[in-house]
Design a binder for this molecule. Structure first.
Ligand code: ATP
Length: 215
């Protein structure tokens, strides 16, 4: 098992708990769609799964490591080695070129493999765009850079929060196709937040979040 979430509770200060008792498991290489109404806590759960935030009780185990036992530094180390994220807003670094954005996280984590990066860049149709800046790319191109950047370090877990939410239908299909293809090829597991039933149906499994629990 790559990711195991057991009876997790999470409340933001001064609020009722967003997650009351969430249990969910994800195997190596498995793809899972997380659905739920706006405000149900999907992004919160994704952040916890990626060791980006702390939870109140329960346990999350990522690649054999219990997150409750880690401090901020421990969580940051685990995240850097195992996890990558793709967001709806692309979140590229505006002052870096496409080529520099692609290499950024892999380089930070000391896992830059130039041959793999070059293959990724070709597969994602980005080879001719390396010298451009994000602002001069279409949304679909920006998200392809974000996916390349995420997979460059060969993460075991890819977390994607509405990754095609800002794209039109064609770009959305193209980006999703490429992401699923590369995820399956690299053996990464994928936890993807989506409102789309069509997208959810393309993944191995689906979990629905409501009332602070998986239903
Ligand atoms: N950092 C935070 N501090 C305080 N409250 C927060 C924080 N992040 C989220 N919340 C609250 O927690 C609840 C769940 O938010 P979350 O973003 O996890 O939901 P979501 O299901 O991803 O929503 P959406 O589909 O609209 O993105 C919301 O009521 C939100 O206002």
């Amino acid at each position: 098992m790559l990711l195991s979430i057991e009876h997790v509770r999470k409340a933001y200060p001064g609020q009722r708990p967003v997650l009351q008792d969430v249990s969910l498991a994800l195997d190596h290489g498995e793809t899972l769609a997380l659905t739920g109404e706006s405000g149900s806590g999907k992004s919160t759960l994704l952040n916890l799964a990626g060791a980006l935030d702390a939870f109140d009780s329960g346990e999350i185990t990522l690649d054999g490591k219990a997150l409750s036992a880690l401090d901020d530094t421990g969580r940051a180390d685990l995240r850097r080695d195992r996890v990558a994220l793709v967001f709806q807003q692309f979140n590229l670094i505006p002052s870096l070129t496409v080529g520099q954005n692609l290499a950024f996280h892999a380089r930070l984590g000391g896992r830059l493999d130039k041959a793999w990066l070059s293959e990724l860049s070709h597969r994602l149709g980005l080879a001719d765009l390396h010298d451009r800046y994000p602002e001069n790319l279409s949304g679909g191109q920006q998200q392809r850079v974000a996916i390349g950047r995420a997979l460059a370090a060969r993460p075991k877990l890819l977390l994607a929060d509405e990754p095609t939410g800002n794209l039109d239908e064609n770009a959305s299909r193209e980006v999703l196709d490429l992401m699923l293809e590369l995820v399956r090829e690299t053996g990464a597991a994928l936890l993807l937040v989506t409102h789309s039933v069509e997208i959810a149906n393309r993944l191995d499994r689906r979990a629905h979040l409501a009332g602070g629990k998986i239903t």
